[in-house]
Design a protein around this ligand. Structure first.
Ligand code: ADP
Length: 239
């Protein structure tokens, strides 16, 4: 594998937020989650976000990924303010710059592993043959060369998560956002998928921002931030 995230066109900071806040409002129900969050993720960096259940980790990741609207503040992806873009522009920026891995794989059940991994490349307009070659290459890299034509239902939990990792990284994004990407796996499989993400982070040069409740896994990343009482605090990585 020789392709890298597009370093030469990327600014040093690939993902940042300034004064970010979110309050959910549904009728009379007002749920403030956090406000005033600042975060800056550099190229190739790996950042863990830990915190108690309900602290707002998933909400933060959704805002960083442009998947939900911010109540206050700003998210910038590769220097571009999400709020300044149309829905189509945001979608394009997401497809080119970001990758997502969730706790549940979210692969499309009726498509093969290969087709699932080709999908983000086809969406951004790559020719089919090139998409097939890139997806095959990355599926080989995650140890699934022998499972290209299997559908998600015919893969083990760990294999499905590896396919989801390949799908997130196949576009060589500037940054991958992961919400408990190994939370649904047994301890050993979780560690191996986590290590795979870190290897690809180094090889491809993609930055990683991973939400995890597992502080042992978090310590494998470059730095750890704890979201608590609506604030992000750096943790010494031996905590
Ligand atoms: P975490 O990922 O850290 O467990 P979440 O980001 O899922 O936390 O949730 C943070 C808080 O926001 C929780 O108190 C949750 O109940 C609330 N919340 C999450 N989504 C919504 C929503 N769509 N509407 C109202 N409240 C929500």
């Amino acid at each position: 594998m020789n392709k890298q995230a597009a370093d030469h066109v990327l600014p040093e900071v690939v993902l940042e937020c300034h004064g970010l806040g979110k309050t959910y409002r549904e009728g009379d129900l007002v749920t403030p989650v956090f406000s005033g969050l600042n975060l800056s993720v550099r190229r190739r960096e790996s950042v863990a976000i830990v915190g108690a259940s309900g602290a707002g980790k998933s909400t933060l990741l959704h805002l960083l990924g442009g998947l939900d609207s911010v109540t206050e503040g700003e998210v910038l992806v590769a220097g571009q303010a999400m709020s300044a873009l149309s829905d189509a522009g945001r979608g394009k920026l997401r497809n080119h710059m970001l990758g997502f891995v969730y706790q549940f794989h979210h692969l499309l059940p009726e498509f093969t592993a290969l087709e699932n991994v080709m999908m983000p490349l086809l969406i951004r307009g790559d020719p089919v043959a090139a998409a097939r070659a890139d997806a095959t290459d990355l599926l080989g890299r995650v140890g699934l060369a022998h499972r290209l034509r299997h559908k998600p239902g015919e893969l083990s939990g760990g294999e499905r998560q590896r396919a989801a990792v390949a799908r997130a990284l196949v576009t060589r994004p500037a940054c991958v956002l992961g919400d408990e990407p190994t939370g649904n796996l047994d301890e050993k499989t979780a560690a191996s998928v986590f290590d795979l993400l870190l290897e690809l982070n180094r090889e491809i040069g993609t930055a990683l921002v991973l939400v995890t409740h597992d502080r042992r896994l978090a310590r494998k990343l470059g730095r750890t931030l704890e979201l608590t009482e609506g604030r992000l605090h750096p943790l010494a990585n031996q905590d």
